[in-house]
Design a protein around this ligand. Structure first.
Ligand SMILES: [Zn+2]
Length: 388
């Protein structure tokens, strides 16, 4: 077991407020002014892996502003990138569910927990629709930290069992994803625990950005577009940052277009994109099988919209009717994914004209179809074994 507070160097950079620019107070999860915290971009001249590169995403350790903690990593990252085949030319799927806890969240969780350890954390509190909570709980277990995870009551039974199995205290909260977050924040304020939030803690994005580095390395270039599921946007914001850092380093001269995917039953960002808003729009929310992205009021919504626009991409709302056929289509090729990932694949099939599971119209879909005609990456973010 790793000794809390006794591990590693402090992070080489510290968070600052995106609103007022002030440095973050030690242990704060947001600025005193209420603003979100972010870390400065890393800019290095090359992406050459370390001489004796460790497995997975820690081969980019020079680009990650926290030292790896011995005994913490489970080999995150370096996930397979598979060409789909001649029926869908230039489409690659990236198997993000191939990781210790079964989702891409391990990339962010390992960096978040390493940074928390370096700053002396002893107790972690998180909130999640399931996958982030599982990842935080797993790395907390490895670090010897106590951990409480708040999940919406409706979170899948499999994910709840997974969180408990790692030894975390699981708290089921009536209501939506936002209600779970409110309970977690109240617990942090009441107990002085560290808020291990994949939404607020900017170290999480320092892990998810390696998704972009890997794509660049595996393809030998950046793709034309990436289809990305978006609830709180932890993969999208990480990918955007990773591609920007590659561009700053002179390793590419462009950003791939980010085609953000929401369930049309919970689409505050797709609606914002449609009406030209800089911030998420209040929308009616219905039940969706895509629980991983059912976030009615995304905290980093304005950042997500800015990132999508800077990339030349768009946000589309995808009907739940695409989930079952897209999931079956993948499973017949050996890929078993959770409903949120199936929705994203359903979007890719619609964009390439290979699905009739839904009718789509509107400017965002027209834009997305044009963008998706080139070299396209589709991450499959969560394992189907969780979705019971
Ligand atoms: Zn501030």
């Amino acid at each position: 077991v790793i000794k809390p507070g006794g591990t590693g160097q402090p992070p080489s950079v510290e968070p600052a407020c995106t609103a007022c620019g002030a440095a973050a107070a030690p242990g704060a999860w947001r600025c005193g002014c209420g603003g979100l915290l972010d870390l400065p971009e890393v800019s290095l001249p090359s992406l050459a892996p370390a001489v004796e590169a460790p497995a997975g995403m820690w081969r980019y350790r020079e680009w990650i502003p926290v030292d790896p903690v011995p005994g913490l990593s489970m080999g995150e990252g370096q996930t397979p990138l598979l060409a789909r085949g001649p029926d869908l030319p230039d489409v690659h799927v990236k198997l993000e569910f191939v990781s210790a806890t079964g989702s891409f969240k391990d990339r962010g969780a390992v960096v978040l927990v390493a940074a928390a350890l370096a700053r002396g954390a002893e107790r972690l509190v998180a909130d999640s629709s399931g996958n982030a909570g599982s990842a935080i709980a797993a790395y907390a277990a490895r670090a010897g930290l106590s951990c409480t995870v708040f999940v919406p009551e409706e979170a899948s039974v499999g994910k709840q069992a997974q969180i408990r199995a790692y030894g975390a205290r699981l708290e089921r909260v009536p209501g939506d994803r936002m209600a779970a977050a409110e309970r977690a924040i109240a617990e942090v304020e009441r107990t002085g625990s560290t808020y291990a939030s994949h939404v607020y803690d900017p170290f999480f994005l320092q892990g998810t950005k390696t998704f972009a580095f890997e794509i660049w390395e595996q393809l030998g270039a950046v793709p034309d577009a990436v289809v990305v599921p978006v609830g709180n946007g932890t993969l999208l914001l990480g990918a955007h940052r990773g591609f920007r850092e590659l561009r700053s380093a002179g390793l590419t001269d462009r950003l791939p277009a980010l085609i953000a995917v929401q369930s049309d039953r919970c689409a505050p960002l797709a609606k914002a994109f449609d009406v030209g808003s800089d911030a998420p729009v209040e929308v009616p929310v219905g039940p969706t099988l895509a629980e991983g992205i059912a976030v009615p009021r995304p905290v980093r919504g304005a950042q997500i919209l800015a990132a999508v626009r800077e990339s030349g991409g768009c946000v589309v709302g995808v009907p739940d009717s695409t989930i079952a056929p897209a999931g079956r289509e993948l499973a017949r090729r050996g890929l078993l994914v959770e409903p949120t990932a199936a929705l994203v694949w359903g979007a890719a099939l619609l964009l390439r004209g290979r699905s009739s599971a839904a009718r789509t119209s509107g400017e965002a879909w027209r834009t997305a179809r044009e963008l998706a005609a080139g070299r396209l990456i589709v991450p499959l973010c969560g394992s189907g074994l969780k979705a019971t």
